[in-house]
Design a protein. Structure first.
Length: 184
């Protein structure tokens, strides 16, 4: 903060003191028992280096935290249902897949995205896209859509249709019986 404001740090900072007082003894030449004690101001060169290093780390952490916050908001946007739908729709239409032709399949694509893949399937597919390629993710989405989702829905639709046919036949038979009893 001091560097940004253009204010020089104090020389006696508690965290990174640049100078200190050093005590040392100098013996006089020719007199081995006679010495003089001196106290002088010394520069702590290692603290000067640490000051520069921690200034760099401070700015590095600010950059990394900023990028993480931006990436967090991008992921929040990416997991919204509309973004997931656009992701799947783009991959399904990328190869001009014959099963996804026109508005008829839009409800199936929405059901595939929201009910079959859901958020965790989308997350895995987006990781596959990021770590391999868009082509691989599109191929996986195509196969999931064609071989799993449409077959499952076709079986459900066929089962529902046969169930409806049986009950419709029973209803028709009972209506005929009621009509015959009224007439006879």
């Amino acid at each position: 903060i001091y560097i940004y404001l253009g204010i020089h740090w104090e020389t006696e900072s508690r965290l990174f003191p640049k100078t200190t007082l050093c005590d040392f003894t100098i013996r006089e030449f020719g007199h081995p028992k006679r010495s003089h004690d001196y106290t002088v101001q010394c520069v702590l060169t290692l603290n000067l280096f640490h000051e520069q290093m921690f200034t760099f780390l401070y700015f590095w952490y600010v950059i990394v935290i900023s990028l993480n916050v931006c990436d967090f908001f991008l992921w929040l946007y990416a997991i919204t249902p509309q973004c997931r739908l656009n992701f799947v729709r783009k991959r399904l239409y990328s190869k001009k897949y014959p099963l996804t032709n026109g508005i008829k399949d839009e409800s199936k694509i929405i059901a595939f995205t929201n009910d079959y893949l859901e958020a965790d399937g989308f997350f895995i597919l987006s990781l596959i896209k990021e770590n391999t390629s868009d082509y691989v993710a599109a191929e996986i989405i195509h196969r999931l859509y064609a071989e799993k989702f449409l077959k499952r829905n076709l079986i459900k639709t066929t089962a529902e249709a046969s169930y409806d046919d049986k009950h419709t036949k029973k209803d028709n038979d009972s209506k005929r019986h009621n009509l015959c009893s009224l007439i006879c």
